[in-house]
Design a protein around this ligand. Structure first.
Ligand SMILES: [Zn+2]
Length: 102
């Protein structure tokens, strides 16, 4: 199981990333982003690729919130899968960002 980061900074707000075993929300959801509590929950026990895209999705939710973007949930799902595919197909892209601390 790949390790998720302990926290993620989105728009100056540092979100605590948690692996959650309890059900998330009212509907079946693999992840949840709480902008008020600054937490991102990813369901425990997911396959690595699902945990990765779920966390990416929660980051997009946080970006949507911090920039007040008018994006639908299907828009976010499209961005989630497109960005994941982009980064998998182009690992050198991430290398451009190195391991900088923010
Ligand atoms: Zn969502």
């Amino acid at each position: 199981m790949s390790d998720l980061p302990d926290s993620i900074n989105v728009g100056g707000l540092r979100y605590t990333v948690r692996r959650s075993v309890a059900p998330l929300g009212d509907t079946i959801s693999l992840g949840q982003c709480d902008m008020t509590m600054a937490t991102m929950d990813v369901m425990a026990g997911l396959p690595d690729d699902v945990a990765r895209t779920t966390l990416l999705h929660e980051c997009l939710e946080a970006i949507k919130y911090s920039h007040q973007l008018d994006l639908t949930h299907p828009d976010l799902m499209t961005l989630e899968h497109a960005l994941d595919a982009l980064l998998i197909a182009n690992p050198a892209l991430l290398g451009l960002y190195g391991a900088r601390q923010c």
